[in-house]
Design a protein around this ligand. Structure first.
Ligand code: GCB
Length: 607
């Protein structure tokens, strides 16, 4: 079986990349009739021949593009199509691939009316060799069916029900997680070519010993040329493009290790004057006679991660995390990839002195992972499991699949310092112990070079999953969901809880969420819930607790919830969404951002 979407589509001397982003045609199925289009074979011809289509941008969530609530709140399937041209020059000696950065939640794809690929679980890439479906030197059609329905065996879970409405029956999607279930073609769609025999995957790990860096590489090829006739030539280039290492393997052996003398390690932001240093690993797949077959380049940060019962170290130095929980979310485009937003967000992270974020509550775009590598922003990489309950085998299989796809996609990113296998699972439930034992061990088998965590919200005494984790993360809303408005009931509670987690499991502990909803511009003195004053005071009370805890080496970090305001489902507790951002949804600071900035810079380990 193929390694699904393991390599981001970069062009090279043997690969061409074309982008299919732009305006596509869009229709939704009739409510309560999700299988309509498949039964009527809408993929056999242009969608405009079966229905009235509307324009829809790709990448973007479709929900907030139109003025129609039936599209925003649609439950079930929608369809996209467009045409594209395939040049004659792509006909010979190569494969043409189609790749989606992500479609939420489930996708079926047809090329010229033929089934090309299916994929389930949002926020993760998938691809297929579509050479045999294409008409070269002609126009082709791509049709995509996207289903947003969440049930008890999807990741994340949801429930579908029916309810009476004014003119008939409404289909209701409910879910307990606290962000809008945006759907659509969320990330870029690429066509790319590879030779017939090609580099399918490259796996890189690194090590450091004094001033020497080590790059371990393992290349997987696929295609007609037998392994005995293949070898790889590796070249390592530094940031300026100077060659600093090279090696050619023996035939049929596509792996090895290279030493880099006077290595420049990858450091997080504000731990070194030059954070995020990246080498380039150039992989040349060659025939045994030296004939060039395929080329792929991977950015490589050389660093080590080590963890014990009481510490987490990068390149041998203890790390204190100054970070955020975040969302991929913005006005109009929803969860759609947007380079302007992405760049602004990294500028804000650096402005505020943050060195890390958690990809709450699903994998973020590959483009954002590349950014984080380059800027030295560490990532706690979370799979899309949120609020998990009613543990069962079908759910477990899918949960594992989400981690397999995530590790496969992100394994080579220096920025990824931890895997988060879930957010707020109901780990007080009876089956949680075996379920999370199984998920954690599975993840460890996939990658032993990074520790495993999960963001837990049940009280430590009731938790059954923590013993399977390397690092304990906990979410708690002192002064907000508990003891609302009581600034005098935060510091001690927090210190006690952190100590409780450490006592129970003897692991490093971090606080993965805390915060207060805050309406920008609302000022109330003395501070009162929802005001800018209250958010600042609540943060300050937490800082006091963190400063007490920081004296204990095992307390390793603080993550505010949230980086920016974001949209949720309609609820009487939410005014236009969740307002716990220290930045507004359009990325301007609330007063608390200035306070946090002072703290994060004062905690910086290099300045
Ligand atoms: C949590 C969840 C997060 C919510 C947050 C809140 O515990 O992990 O997804 O948005 O609380 O603001 O309620």
């Amino acid at each position: 079986t193929r390694v699904e979407g393991a390599l981001y589509p970069h062009e090279s001397e043997t690969r061409e990349v074309r982008n299919l982003d732009g305006i596509w045609n869009f229709v939704k199925s009739d409510e309560g009739n999700p299988t309509q289009g498949v039964r009527e074979q809408w993929y056999k011809d242009d969608l405009s021949k079966v229905k009235t289509v509307i324009p829809m941008p790709v990448p973007a969530s479709y929900n907030d593009i139109t003025t129609d609530p039936e599209i925003r709140d649609h439950v079930g399937t929608v369809w996209y199509d467009r045409t594209f041209f395939v040049p004659n020059s792509w006909r010979d000696n190569q494969r043409v691939w189609l790749r989606f950065g992500s479609v939420h939640y489930e996708a079926f794809v047809w090329i010229n009316g033929e089934t090309a690929v299916k994929h389930e679980i949002g926020h993760l890439p998938f691809e297929a060799d579509i050479t045999k479906f294409l008409k070269f030197g002609e126009q082709n059609r791509i049709t995509v069916l996207c289903d947003n329905a969440l049930i008890q065996t999807t990741i994340p879970q949801g429930k579908i029900s029916e309810a009476q409405r004014d003119k008939g029956i409404a289909i209701i999607q409910s879910y307990t997680f606290d962000f809008f279930n945006y759907a659509g073609i969320h990330r870029s769609v690429h066509l790319f070519t590879t030779p017939k025999t090609y580099i399918e995957d490259v796996k890189i790990t690194t090590d450091l010993k004094e001033s020497t860096g080590f790059i371990f590489y393992e290349v997987t090829s696929n295609g007609d040329i037998p392994l005995e006739e293949l070898r790889v030539r590796i070249q390592i280039k530094d940031k300026r493009g100077n060659l600093v290492g090279k090696q050619t393997t023996k035939a049929s052996e596509l792996k090895g290790v290279l030493n880099i003398e006077n290595v420049k390690p990858w450091w997080p932001y504000l731990m070194d004057p030059e954070p995020g240093y990246l080498y380039t690993t150039e992989v040349y797949l060659e025939g045994a006679n030296g004939k060039l077959i395929d080329v792929y380049r991977v950015k490589t940060g050389i660093r080590t991660l080590t963890w014990t019962e009481s510490s987490f170290l990068i390149n041998g130095k203890p790390v204190y995390f100054r970070g955020f929980g975040r969302h991929e979310d913005s006005d109009i485009r929803g969860k759609g990839l947007d380079y302007a937003l992405l760049t602004r967000d990294f500028n804000l992270l650096k402005w505020i002195g943050s060195n890390v974020y958690r990809t709450s509550h699903y994998p973020y775009s590959e483009e954002s992972m590349q950014f984080a590598d380059e800027q030295g922003i560490m990532i706690i990489d979370e799979c899309p499991s949120v609020d998990t309950e009613n543990f069962n085998q079908a759910l477990l299989d899918k949960h594992k699949s989400s981690l397999q796809q995530l590790v496969n996609r992100d394994k080579n990113h220096a920025c990824v310092v931890m895997w988060s296998i879930a957010n707020e699972p109901r780990t007080n439930q009876y089956n949680a112990d075996t379920y999370f034992g199984s998920v954690a061990n599975y993840t460890r088998d996939l990658d032993k070079t990074r520790p495993i965590t999960a963001a837990i919200a049940v009280p430590s005494k009731d938790d059954k999953a923590g013993r399977h984790l390397d690092i304990i993360s906990f979410n708690r809303y002192n002064g907000w969901y508990s003891n609302t408005g009581r600034l005098d009931m935060i510091t001690d509670h927090l210190v006690e809880e952190a100590i409780g987690w450490h006592k129970k499991y003897n692991r490093p502990v971090l606080m993965s969420e805390y915060g207060a909803d805050t309406v920008e511009g609302l000022h109330i003195l003395p501070s009162f819930v929802w005001s800018e004053e209250y958010q600042q005071d609540l943060l300050s009370k937490h800082f006091r607790a963190f400063d007490i805890l920081r004296k204990k080496v095992w307390f390793i970090g603080e993550f505010v919830w949230n980086f920016a305001d974001f949209k949720t489902q309609q609820k009487y507790k939410r005014v236009g969404g969740n307002k716990k951002g220290v930045f507004t949804r359009n990325r301007q600071p609330k007063a608390a951002a200035h306070l946090l900035r002072k703290r994060y810079f004062s905690l910086a380990q290099y300045l």
